[in-house]
Every structure is written in C-alpha cells, then in structure tokens.
Design a protein around this ligand. Structure first.
Ligand SMILES: [Zn+2]
Length: 121
C-alpha cells in the first residue's frame, strides 16, 4: 500500500533528524493527490511504534494541487483524481495542473527535557 511506504519514510526522516532525542510532534506537508488525512496519520503512528517518534502528535498540512482550465478559465484545487484529467466545470481536457505531488517532513518538535538529559550523558 502506497501510504505505508510513505509513512515509514516520514518516520525514518524524523528519527534521523531527532538524532536520538525524543520526538513529541511531527509536521508533515502533503501535496498533490487527495489523501485521507486519517489514513496518513494512522500510518505514521504505526510506523513510529518502537522509535523515538512513538506517541508523537502528527500535524498534517494538506496542499492540494490546483487545476486551471483553458476552456472556461476555471481555477481551483484538485478535489479528486478526475479533476486532474478533465475540468470539473466544463469537462475540457485543456487544463494545467500546478503544485507538487510529494510528502515532506516539514519540522519536528523535540522533547526539550530529554534533549538536555542526552546532552549531559
Ligand atoms: Zn473548464
């Protein structure tokens, strides 16, 4: 399943960036195709089990791609896969799709107390 590999990649990136410190929060930017935020969040939490990211709050920032239609001039976010193929308003196929189709770990929140403890070791 696509989301599983994605979640593992996000968790792996967070673990690498945390460098042994405890992660209390993840901010993840999801661009492109419409995704179910619930599925992504659960996937990340599952993948995080047993790592320093376990139990971290997952904050998703959804950035859908936008479509501009040359036929009727309609512009707007992509709400489903069909909208990337034909204009939802006039059915025209002369459309431009803008935006990136990627999932990026934007930032992590570290447990500052744990970080201090680790620094003292
Ligand atoms: Zn149109």
């Amino acid at each position: 399943m696509h989301e599983t590999g994605l979640s593992e990649a996000i968790v792996a990136a967070a673990v690498r960036r945390a460098a042994g410190r405890r992660v209390t929060g993840l901010r993840v930017r999801v661009g492109g195709h419409p995704v179910d935020p619930e599925v992504v969040t659960q996937g990340i939490q599952l993948a995080a089990a047993g790592t320093v990211v376990a139990g971290a709050a997952v904050d998703l920032v959804l950035e859908p791609m936008t479509v501009h239609c040359h036929d009727c001039g309609r512009g707007g976010p992509v709400t489903d896969h069909l909208a990337m193929v034909a204009c939802p308003q006039c059915g025209g196929v002369d459309i431009d799709v803008a935006g990136s189709d990627d999932v990026v770990l934007e930032s992590i929140t570290l447990d500052s107390l744990a970080g201090v403890e680790l620094g003292a070791v």
